[in-house]
Design a protein around this ligand. Structure first.
Ligand code: SF4
Ligand code: SF4
Length: 177
């Protein structure tokens, strides 16, 4: 698939028009599932560097205007995988022992990863602020992964994330042609 390898001639107004509210996402992804799947298959054949450049440009552009504080869909509906280093960081922030973080806030999922005990995340407040922001888990910092290199490795995951994150949905829809 040929991409715009300059990755910059992106019409912001079109992208703005394509960013849906979090509540609409599941329906939209269901409606466009075949199209999105086809898009991901095509993107898997693109030059990896062109793909990274293009997706990173869209990421910068989208997050330049899209306010996560008005969304928080990720923090409210899924949990990051949490490493021991994350536990230590959270313990430092909360001024408790790491074992206390594990007992109070974490459980093990079916893949054997530690995740937050419940959703919404126990650290999100009523105004969508993260109360452990400076010490949040690595996966929280990296979500939704649209600025990661080797994005071709994250295409399947991004298809899943399109149901959660309006920016991922908008980026995939933008790349559908
Ligand atoms: S730790 Fe913070 S950033 Fe991570 S899911 Fe919870 S509220 Fe969101
Ligand atoms: S990363 Fe995506 S899902 Fe999470 S708050 Fe921002 S726009 Fe919403």
């Amino acid at each position: 698939m040929k991409l715009n390898n300059k990755g910059v001639s992106i019409d912001l107004s079109i992208l703005i028009g394509e960013v849906p509210a979090p509540g609409e996402l599941k329906n939209l992804v269901a409606i466009h599932r075949k199209l999105l799947q086809k898009t991901v298959e095509k993107l898997a054949k693109a030059n990896p560097r062109d793909l990274d450049r293009t997706v990173h440009s869209l990421h910068e552009e989208a997050f330049g205007f899209y306010d996560c504080l008005k969304c928080a869909n990720c923090c409210r509906s899924i949990s990051p995988a949490i490493s021991y280093n994350d536990v230590e960081q959270l313990a430092r922030k909360l001024k408790v022992k790491p074992s206390e973080v594990v007992v109070k806030h974490l459980k093990m999922d079916d893949d054997g990863d530690y995740v937050f005990h419940s959703a919404p995340c126990p650290f999100i407040d009523g105004e969508n602020y993260c109360s452990v922001y400076s010490h949040r888990p690595k996966a929280c910092r990296e979500y939704p992964h649209t600025d990661r290199s080797r994005f071709y490795q994250l295409l399947k995951l991004s298809l899943k994330n399109a149901e959660i994150c309006p920016v991922v949905y908008a980026i995939l829809m933008k790349l559908r042609k």
